[in-house]
Design a binder for this molecule. Structure first.
Ligand SMILES: [Zn+2]
Length: 259
């Protein structure tokens, strides 16, 4: 899987939120439960534009805050978001008329839904950095880049410690390169994420697509390093093949002819 860019860019309307998974239980979805959960206000500049003659509803601009809640009754997590809004035109084909609808786009969400899949061991290791990266990935792209770089640093420290490597006074770049003989491909991918993170530190020209590109790569890295599904399946396969039958069957391997 990669970042579902279309899903995360969907707008919130006054009554409904997109089907975003809850960041806490991961199984529920975030909802607007009442009219009070979203508050918006027209910007001063937008209000002034109403004085000009060819004014159209689509010139309206808002700021908004909203409280979303998880629909899993065992969780009930609350998520706060804020951002900007505008009026968009929709064609009602059934009634052959034009409708104007307020649409709201988050610039910040906390706690944010996980924008990529994270194996649990990786979530324990990188939780804080990734959580901050996800919260910023909606609007503060330089901030998100900085937290991604921090996540790369934590991963590198983890592997240096596991492999008894001395980090010395090496720069992050050289420490990633030093891991190449151990991590292979993963080292190159961490380098790519670091380049994007560096841009967040030095210049303010990262886009949301840059952050999503880095998250796509990071998701692959975390799956490669921490997802032990393949290891579990390999072990299960070996045990079944050794037993030549289902594991629930008692006794030594049967001499069953191969079909
Ligand atoms: Zn939940």
């Amino acid at each position: 899987m990669t970042v579902n860019r279309e899903l995360w860019r969907r707008a919130i309307s006054e009554r409904t939120a997109p089907r975003w998974a809850c960041p806490t239980c991961l199984s529920g979805h975030l909802r607007l439960n009442s009219d009070e959960d979203l508050r918006c206000s027209e910007t001063a500049e937008s209000a002034k534009l109403r004085l000009y003659e060819p004014w159209e509803p689509e010139w309206i601009k808002y700021v908004f805050v909203a409280m979303l809640r998880c629909d899993n009754s065992d969780c009930n997590e609350s998520v706060c978001t804020s951002g900007v809004g505008r009026v968009e035109q929709f064609i009602d084909h059934e009634n052959v008329q034009i409708e104007y609808v307020d649409q709201f786009y988050p610039k910040w969400v906390s706690p944010s839904p996980r924008l990529i899949s994270i194996p649990e061991e990786a979530a324990t290791l990188l939780g804080d950095s990734l959580g901050r990266c996800f919260s910023n990935a909606w609007g503060d792209f330089a901030g998100a880049g900085n937290h991604l770089r921090k996540a790369v640093e934590i991963l590198i420290e983890h592997f240096e410690s596991e492999n008894n490597l001395d980090r010395g006074k090496k720069k992050l770049h050289d420490r990633i390169i030093a891991l190449r003989p151990i991590c292979g491909d993963v080292s190159d991918k961490l380098l790519a994420i670091k380049w994007i993170g560096n841009s967040g530190s030095h210049i303010d020209d990262l886009s949301q697509d840059d952050i999503f590109d880095a998250l796509d790569i990071l998701e692959w890295v975390l799956s490669e390093l921490f997802d032990n599904t393949k290891r579990k399946i390999d072990l299960l396969t070996a045990r079944i093949n050794e037993k030549k039958g289902p594991l629930s069957k008692q006794g030594p391997p049967q001499d069953i002819p191969a079909d």
